[in-house]
Design a protein around this ligand. Structure first.
Ligand SMILES: Nc1nc2c(c(=O)[nH]1)N[C@@H](CN(C=O)c1ccc(C(=O)N[C@@H](CCC(=O)O)C(=O)O)cc1)CN2
Ligand SMILES: [Mg+2]
Length: 288
């Protein structure tokens, strides 16, 4: 069996075009363009690339993007003061603080300071609680992107056995809540789970978010399963490096029904869902 490749890049492009059309309709109706403020602290090269991609994606979809670049020596107090200023700035609809932060800035404290109505990352404890309770709110972009890929690939997922491998607050836990809210039967596994191959063997849907290169092997999978690989691992290859996921891709393609590639699977959906969340936040704020 050769699995279908789930083209995250193409599906993300469709979602971005949908957001752009909705933004055009909003501005034609007299609203200002939704505005996203992105805060980057320090000079982590990967973070700088992601922030640039977010700014470019905003511009292409007709959103206003504001970039705040702060030095690596920024104190937590100064960062919180910037968040406060963005919270009270009425022309800002979404606030995103790029992670990771330098060690002197506690991510938990910074995230908790963001106005939950502007928390387009969906990381604020209030939004996490709303998602866990099955209430509407802003949802983390990576798991939301995974759900969009699943519904595009499978249609409904009600009743499906889903295995989420990874229990982070950014991916694993919100992913499990999203799947439960769609009436899937959900198991959460993690690094201490006893028999991962046995859990994987019964899963119709596997979401791999462990951060270990190619840990999930093809023969573990249930034939025909849908595999969503959230991992982005840089590994040595020849003289340079390459990106691999948490799933052994070539092996998975032999057994699964559909598989996301790395790169070009989940990653592009994260940024498309950020645009979607910014539009959602702007629409909800305009209605209050
Ligand atoms: N505040 C946040 N910080 C971080 C988040 C986040 O959602 N909010 N997620 C990651 C970084 N990230 C977005 O910020 C992100 C990572 C990767 C991709 C992506 O498209 N990856 C490509 C491969 C890229 C490469 O070649 O290196 C892919 O998978 O195709 C998008 C966004 C941590 N921080
Ligand atoms: Mg990917």
């Amino acid at each position: 069996m050769t699995a279908t490749l789930i083209d995250g890049k193409a599906i993300a492009a469709t979602l971005r075009a949908d957001v752009a059309a909705a933004v055009t309709a909003r501005t034609a109706a007299g609203h200002r363009a939704p505005c996203l403020a992105v805060v980057l602290v320090g000079d982590d090269p990967a973070s700088a690339v992601y922030v640039r991609s977010k700014a470019r994606a905003c511009a292409e979809a007709g959103l206003r993007g504001l970039e705040h670049r702060l030095p690596a020596t920024t104190t937590e107090t100064d960062l919180l003061a910037l968040v406060d200023a963005l919270n009270t700035n009425d022309s800002v609809d979404g606030i995103l603080v790029q992670l990771p932060l330098p060690p002197q800035c506690r991510a938990d404290a910074v995230i908790a300071r963001i106005d939950p109505a502007k928390d387009v990352d969906g990381f604020h404890p209030l939004n996490a609680g709303r998602l866990a309770a099955g209430l509407p709110g802003l949802v983390p972009c990576t798991p939301l992107g995974c759900l969009r890929l699943l519904t595009r690939t499978l249609g409904g997922i009600a009743g499906a056995e889903a295995l989420v491998i990874g229990r982070s607050t950014i991916v694993g836990r919100p992913m499990a809540s999203l799947l439960i809210n769609e009436s899937a039967t959900v198991t959460i596994a993690h690094s201490r789970s006893r028999d991962l191959p046995a859990l994987t063997a019964r899963a119709d849907i596997v979401i791999a978010a462990v951060g270990r290169p190619e840990m999930i092997r093809g023969p573990w999978l249930k034939p025909g399963a849908t595999v969503i690989d959230v991992g982005i691992n840089r590994v040595a290859s020849g003289d340079g490096h390459k990106l691999v996921g948490d799933v052994a891709f070539a092996e998975a393609m032999e057994v699964a029904g559909a598989v996301t590639p790395v790169p070009g699977g989940v990653g592009p959906m994260t940024i498309a869902c950020l645009l979607e969340n910014t539009l959602t936040a702007a629409t909800a704020r305009a209605a209050t």
